[in-house]
Design a protein around this ligand. Sequence first.
Ligand code: PEP
Ligand code: MG
Length: 610
Amino acid sequence: MKSKAPGAKGPQKDPLSAVKKARALKKQKTERLFEGLGVSPGIAIGPAYVRESGIVEVTEYAIPVKLIDKEIGRFEAAVNQATRQLQSLKTKASTLPAATFEELGYLLDAHLHMLRGSRLVRGVEARIAKDRINAEAAVQAEIAEISKGFAAMDDAYLAARMEDIREVGVRLVRCLTKTPPLAFSTLTKGSIVIAEELSPADTALLDPDRVSGFATALGGPESHIAIMARSMVIPAVLGVPGLISGIKSGDQIIVDGNAGTLIVNPSPGILNEYKQRREAQKRIERQLAKLKKLPARTRDGTEIQLHANIELPREQKNVLDCGAEGIGLLRSEFLYMNRDDLPGEEEQYKVYRDLLKAMKGRPVTVRTLDIGGEKLVSTLGEHLLPSANPALGLRAIRLSLKIPELLAAQVAAALRAGAHGPIRILVPMVSGVSEIRQVRRIVKGVAQRLKRRKVEIADPLPPLGIMIETPGAALSADALADLCDFFAIGTNDLTMYTLAIDRGDEQVAHLYNPLHPSVLRLIQFTAAAAGRRGIPVSVCGEIAGDPRYVALLLGLGIHELSMSPASLLRIKQRIRTIDMDAARRLASAVMEQTDPGRITTLLDDFSALA
Ligand code: PEP
Ligand code: MG
């Protein structure tokens, strides 16, 4: 269609400038706000890079009987090609920061594992032979079948595993159809990656120096990409409805990982505001670094112990970097994940011993296996049968007592490592006195066996503590305190079990609230029981690393906090502004409330006075 000459209609003083104005108006983009889950904090500003889904449309067609072997051969070639791609991704990922590489390496290994004769690969081959269909269609049919089984289990962890299977399926289809793998080749420095969904393998293709933020339509706070974003310290917002249709590559984006918001094409005023916020954050980080050597002491001189939570031994460097006084929680189950065998006593002994040596006299708290629920270990498959309620099923200490040789190996490793430094043993998910009695018996038996063999072990035996993370344990705190040497309150699970709200389900994330009066009452009761029996008590759930909760926890009698190393200096800064009398008054006022909203206001008001 021919366009009309500018100014053809009506009297216009300057037709050309009118056209320019109209074009400028058209170009002027309207500011829009999207909301999702903030899974990795911080502010990022940059151009959008909208990522296509990667899914290739396939059609099904029949394969004549005589060509079935050839079709299976074509599928095998695709499997080999996919394997090579993943291996090269792994090599590429080795240039990422250590913690990111470790996480990603495990996930790429899981994908590689799936290509080695898994149910997916075997199922596809069987379908080609039995249904006489092309390999691409067989891949899709097999994935649909596997997902049916997973959907029936309705479990966040299994949903993540299903994502992995789909991801491998997409890769196989791309190899079969000779569609080149997706690359982020046109990513400009500082881009914000926008995608329906991102996989860990995608992340290996990303250059962390080029990506300043993430936002995806799918995925919850426990998804792989959330873990990756946190370990790369990149602000991210996930689970944003309508994201893909609402954003075009090149749009300017602000990602606010604290608030869980995304602003598209911000007005100059908003942009300026966020730039200032970003600068302010950097200034705060520089200030915080100066606190590293100062004590975590309240204004009136009360010393608070700050420890670090770690999953992998490699994170130990971050623990020393933030000036933590020890490791308050080593989630030992991570040593068991993503591998074909179980770590034995010797391997675990070396890990604990090296950690103790590196911590130079600071205590290391090893939590025994917390497997089950959302955390699974494939090598324990035969013991972990599907459960209608995995979070309430055979997990943590229940599993360890069912397979006592597993617990004995961990205990032996810890006792031996204890000859090299102060180690503590922590038992997860205890729900009653009989569990701790059984653990004590096992510790005693292992110690006797090692002594008979003249193996050097910790002397005296290491303190044995328990996680208080079920309402049952909290309410039995007095009895449990008589049987153990310390408590660590796991508020992540305690909140989940008290409120009956799955901590990993984004659909009920808005209801999950550790400030619910019932959760606080259990914390208060536990702290008081520990005080009555004279044993130490810490909080090692996520709230320990959130400055808003510090005064309340101190006021409730908690003098030890364990958190991710990234939060520690901020918490120390907060502690140094607190007066214990004021914290106790705050705690009394909070404990009189019935409404979590009112409690939040009280805490906010208290913080504002600091
Ligand atoms: C907790 O439940 O608060 C806790 C620290 O344990 P995890 O997060 O490993 O379940
Ligand atoms: Mg827990």
